[in-house]
Design a protein around this ligand. Structure first.
Ligand code: B12
Length: 349
């Protein structure tokens, strides 16, 4: 029999909604069950270049008390970030179209922390980069279920949620974990062009376009460049395919509004200063110029045309071999395009 929700838990959820969070659920501050799966995933090498930071403190990643020993409850918050993608050459994934959520969410968590301190609580906040398994906690807090894409899915917001947590010394009324509603659907698995989703709930990050365009430090493997298509930063294929996301409303968070992104050709002439000036405060900023121009080159190798060749030749002469090699690859792709395709990709008069 579910215990009565304490007035404090009710008031807390109202305060979280007032601060702009779309969802707020409570999980007991207990270790999540999936620690072994995580270790196995690491051991299989599926973390790629992320292994050094994901493996650090990996044993305590499953236990919220490792971040706050006094934790009794975990407040898990969801923020809807869905918005339609702008029509432009080269796709930036939906989560990265606007300002960086790593800057938008912490002030909201601090305001909630302030509110809880007035009720005698001690808190610790976490969003994305902390050594905490956010999805299993969100499932336990009733925010949704684990999709076969390994993304948390909510019946109303679909897969389009940012997650964040406040660990607290206060004992709040836990929510009931949500059951899974994927059923026999496998649209996300079928939508992944690289086979990163080798089986339901199994993601090999090394083949994931989001990993390759954001986290991967070096050259994009030749065998995967064509499959990246026009994805410049992150990837939404498995999210867009999810039927639960089809009724998603646009985000209420103004700071997530789409920021401008110049034409791909123009950005190939940029130096570091221009890159930093344009992308400061957005998720793209952490890529730095060299990996951004790497990604642009791969996209132009896939969707570019003769008109892009002068800019690519400029990038092929770049002092940074990572940029130069990917630009040279793109020139080769465009130059070997057969005449029919060239005519087909020529911009409309
Ligand atoms: C590393 C990471 C990535 C990696 C690897 C993703 C992955 N699925 O493992 C890469 C760079 C590929 C990535 C991509 C994206 N990411 Co990311 N990422 C993370 C991060 C930092 C850690 C996730 C992690 O530990 N992965 C390792 C695997 C093994 O663990 P897991 O997926 O969490 O699964 C756990 C359980 O679910 C369970 N489990 C999972 N699968 C299975 C299968 C079985 C059989 C069992 C028994 C258990 C089990 O055990 C696992 C261990 O606890 C989290 C933040 C966090 N601290 O949790 C954000 C996070 C998951 N990412 C997020 C987002 C938005 C994305 C992208 C959508 C961005 C984009 N559009 O490009 C894509 C989605 C790609 C995808 N299909 O997952 C959000 C997801 C929110 C949500 N609604 O689920 C998070 C929570 C960040 C945030 N605070 O909002 N990401």
């Amino acid at each position: 029999m579910r215990s009565m929700t304490t007035p404090l838990t009710v008031q807390l959820k109202a305060e979280a909604a007032r601060l702009g969070f779309d969802l707020c659920g409570i999980a007991p501050a207990r270790a999540v069950a999936d620690g072994d799966y995580f270790q196995g995933w690491l051991a299989d090498g599926h973390a790629g270049d992320m292994a050094p930071w994901l493996a650090k403190n990996s044993a305590c990643r499953a236990d919220p008390k490792s971040l706050l020993a006094a934790a009794q409850s975990v407040i898990v918050l969801g923020l809807n970030y869905y918005q339609p993608s702008p029509a432009r050459r080269g796709k930036i994934s939906t989560y990265a179209l606007g300002r960086d959520y790593h800057d938008i969410i912490p002030p909201k968590l601090d305001a909630l922390d302030h509110w809880l301190r007035q009720h005698g609580g001690t808190q610790r906040r976490a969003v994305d980069t902390s050594a905490l398994m956010e999805k299993p906690l969100a499932i336990s807090a009733g925010l949704g279920w684990l999709g076969k894409s390994t993304v948390l899915v909510h019946p109303r917001f679909g897969p389009w949620l940012f997650l964040a947590e406040l660990l607290t010394s206060l004992t709040l009324t836990p929510d009931t974990p949500a059951g899974s509603h994927c059923g026999t659907c496998a649209r996300c698995l079928n939508a992944c062009p690289t086979g990163a989703l080798s089986a339901p709930y199994r993601l090999d990050a090394r083949r994931c376009i989001a990993y390759l365009t954001i986290e991967h430090q070096g050259g994009i493997p030749l065998t995967l460049r064509k499959k990246i298509g026009d994805n410049l930063f992150g990837c939404d294929y498995c999210l867009n395919a999810c039927p639960w996301g089809r009724r998603s409303q646009a985000t209420r968070e103004a700071a997530l509004a789409v920021t401008p992104c110049p034409d791909l050709r123009e950005m190939l002439y940029w130096d570091d200063a221009e890159f930093r000036r344009m992308f400061r405060g957005t998720p793209i900023f952490r890529l730095k110029r060299r990996r951004w121009l790497r990604n642009i080159s791969v996209v132009l190798g896939n969707i570019g045309a003769d008109a892009d060749l002068p800019a690519l030749r400029h990038a092929a002469a770049d002092a940074d071999p990572l940029v130069a090699e990917h630009a040279a690859w793109a020139i080769e792709q465009i130059s070997t395009l057969d005449i029919k395709t060239k005519i087909a990709t020529m911009p409309p008069h």
